[in-house]
Design a protein around this ligand. Structure first.
Ligand code: GAP
Length: 519
């Protein structure tokens, strides 16, 4: 029944605003760019996502413990981590439009719009022509035109990454010129040189002198590194073990776009896993597989997720990959898994003069542990799950005529509202009283909503749009035999059950353990 309609980012943005999931920050003043507020349903869904992550990482692993470090840290932290000197984006301005861009994104957009789209178009043509029997992988590995296009993409990315890693900003600009990239606003090729721009926000501490600069953390990870010994000394953990944290991070992203994909204030869910040097590969592989299972357990089709191994590595990493999701604007990074060696702990040890080492149980030798991290943006995950869940199918209206229906097919454990309690009509006091009594009974177990306004069909549609997996309807028969109907969101099937079973049935079906058991 699903209509053959591609979900556009704009559909998600409008849906979020209309239903109360996400609003732009300070909208009454015109809106602050790349900063967003979560509304009544957004905060519930976001909290459920965080709970799923926390339980999967901390509760399910006896060798992982939690932390909630402060956002402000001693500024030396950011010197040691490299963020003061090297946390930069390459920026370029167009002299005619006065618009500023990230040079690497201009190049990536060129690839997407001028080359990748042509590959996708040929794939779509093949799918249309051959239907089920079309083998995409085989097509992409044999079709000459697609292979040539892919080779062009690889060569551009190669040159760009080489230039960025070498700090050769002149070559990044030359690449933009060679590719004939124009300003998306003015169409002009009148570019400035490419410059580096630090992404950290800063503010002043209590002393308010120029020496008293404080940074808003650009990642939560450093709070974990500087607390490594505190946790080691107090948690009775042995290597290998991990520290997990969910918290805000801030980056002065110059190019603000794609809704909550790239924000200036966002939330990260990060876990740093401390291992013996030499054992990092085995844990890197473990976390790569575990994190993919975490995504797949949400019902996300494998086709919409992929690994992207980094070919050029940051100086502190010996392996790194992204888990990419197929967002409405294409495959993009959703989560990073990085084998960070002992870079961070060593850097803090050197600058602070404090030993950040543990002793090997057998050899009695002290060493600085290596770290494998998993890092996912909570907001980016929110966008991924909404993009996955947002669907348009058909449902019968009051006269039985099939009409388009917008529905969020969220995993029940993540849904903001688990169950709506709906008296079929509100004029009947016996029904509303009974419905209220049911609501008051089940509200202890999960988040539910009582609604008696509008025709029943319209109320179902509203709950479908919120992603509510179950609606309980109270009608005349309820008064007679103490039964209600339970309607399932995706199939729209209704079943008659005893009132006393409502709490048990819904609790079982929306239980987060249904997700955790798949890991
Ligand atoms: N500690 C490692 C680290 O911070 P990262 O690749 O820079 O690595 C990790 O960020 C994750 O944080 C990304 O995969 C993404 O999900 C999220 N993220 C990064 N910048 C973001 C932004 N500006 N807005 C929203 N999410 C962001």
């Amino acid at each position: 029944m699903t209509k053959d309609k591609v979900t556009e980012l704009q559909d998600i943005v409008s849906h979020c605003k209309k239903l109360g999931f996400i609003y732009q920050s300070s909208e009454v003043y015109g809106g602050l760019s790349a900063v967003y507020d979560y509304g009544p349903y957004g905060v519930l869904l976001k909290n459920n996502l965080k709970e799923y992550w926390w339980k999967a990482m901390v509760q399910m692993h006896e060798n992982i413990v939690g932390l909630d470090a402060a956002i402000f840290m001693d500024p030396k932290t950011w010197k040691a981590s490299g963020h003061v000197d090297a946390f930069n984006d390459p920026l370029i301005d167009n002299k005619d439009s006065k618009k500023r861009y990230r040079a690497d994104q201009l190049i990536e957009d060129y690839i997407q719009n001028k080359i990748q789209k042509k590959i996708d178009k040929d794939v779509a043509k093949g799918q249309k022509r051959f239907g089920e029997s079309f083998d995409k992988v085989q097509f992409l590995s044999t079709d000459k035109r697609s292979l040539d296009r892919q080779a062009k993409i690889d060569s551009i990315l190669n040159r760009m990454n080489k230039a960025l890693n070498a700090g050769d900003l002149a070559d990044v600009k030359q690449l933009i010129i060679d590719l004939d990239i124009v300003c998306p606003h003015s169409g002009s090729k009148n570019w400035t040189d490419v410059r580096q721009f630090n992404l950290m926000f800063s503010t002043q501490g209590g002393g308010a002198t120029s020496d008293d600069v404080l940074y808003l953390r650009p990642e939560t990870a450093q709070g974990i590194f500087v607390n490594f010994l505190n946790v080691w000394n107090t948690s009775r953990q042995k290597i290998p073990f991990g520290i997990a944290q969910i918290g805000k991070a801030f980056r002065n992203e110059i190019v603000a776009r794609q809704f909550i994909f790239r924000m200036r204030e966002f939330e990260q869910m990060e876990m740093q896993f401390f291992v013996k040097p030499g054992e990092q590969k085995q844990f890197y592989d473990y976390w790569k597989a575990f994190r993919m299972r975490w995504h797949l357990a949400l019902g996300t089709p494998q086709d919409n997720l992929r690994f992207h191994e980094h070919e050029t590595l940051a100086h502190y990493a010996d392996a790194a990959l992204d888990i990419e999701y197929n967002f409405p604007f294409g495959f993009k990074e959703l989560e990073g898994i990085h084998s960070r060696t002992d870079f961070d702990l060593k850097a803090h040890q050197d600058l602070s003069g404090k030993k950040l080492q543990v002793q090997d149980v057998e050899s009695k030798e002290s060493y600085v542990p290596f770290v494998v991290e998993t890092s996912i943006g909570c907001d980016r995950m929110f966008l991924a799950i909404l993009s996955q869940a947002y669907q348009i199918d058909e449902a019968p209206d009051a006269k039985g005529v099939m009409k388009e229906r917008v529905v969020l097919k969220l995993p029940p454990a993540l849904a903001p509202v688990k169950c709506a309690v709906l008296p079929v009509v509100r004029v009947n006091e016996a029904l509303t009283q009974k419905a209220r009594a049911i609501f008051n009974e089940i509200k202890y177990s999960f988040n539910c909503q009582y609604d008696e306004k509008d025709a029943i069909g319209r109320r179902y549609r509203r709950q479908d749009q919120l992603g509510t997996p179950y609606c309980i309807t109270i009608d005349e028969q309820t008064i007679e035999d103490n039964t209600v109907t339970i309607r399932e969101r995706d199939s729209m099937q209704q079943e008659r059950i005893d009132v006393t079973m409502v709490e048990k049935i819904v609790s079982e079906r929306v239980d987060i353990r249904n997700l955790l058991k798949q890991l």
